[in-house]
Design a protein around this ligand. Structure first.
Ligand SMILES: [Zn+2]
Length: 131
């Protein structure tokens, strides 16, 4: 089968890629993205933020201190932060304020998972570690 996330051919087990789309994914994507994302969305990780990147990769970022400083947030979205009007209980969604002006790439992961029409990196931050 072809993994719907990394597009690689794989002979191994296939997994349900939900919530990153409804198709199959490989074991590698399942353990690196799908499972961590499900755990994050269940509210298990209150001490780290999720970053959805435009290259379709997913990062989990911890603040250097107990909460994120402004410059750490800006580093993740590659510029000035803007709070995106999407309600995820207990979380704040951040995008690059100038993403459209800077012609940043469309964020397909954010679109597939949350139905967001966003460009550039998207950061989902638990309220408890948001300054
Ligand atoms: Zn894959």
């Amino acid at each position: 089968m072809t993994c719907s996330l990394c597009n690689k051919e794989t002979l191994g087990e296939s997994h349900n890629a939900h919530p990153i789309g409804n198709k199959e994914c490989c074991s590698e994507c399942n353990s690196s993205s799908v499972i961590p994302l499900r755990l994050f969305l269940s509210g298990l990780y209150q001490n780290k933020a999720l970053v959805l990147k435009t290259d379709n990769s997913i990062d989990f970022i911890k603040p250097n201190g107990t909460k994120f400083e402004l410059d750490e947030l800006q580093n993740q979205v590659n510029g000035y932060i803007e709070v995106y009007p999407l309600r995820i209980p207990g979380h704040i969604v951040l995008v690059n304020e100038e993403g459209l002006i800077k012609n940043m790439d469309f964020n397909y992961l954010a679109s597939r998972i949350f139905g967001m029409k966003a460009v550039g990196p998207v950061m989902i931050c638990p309220e408890g570690i948001f300054e």
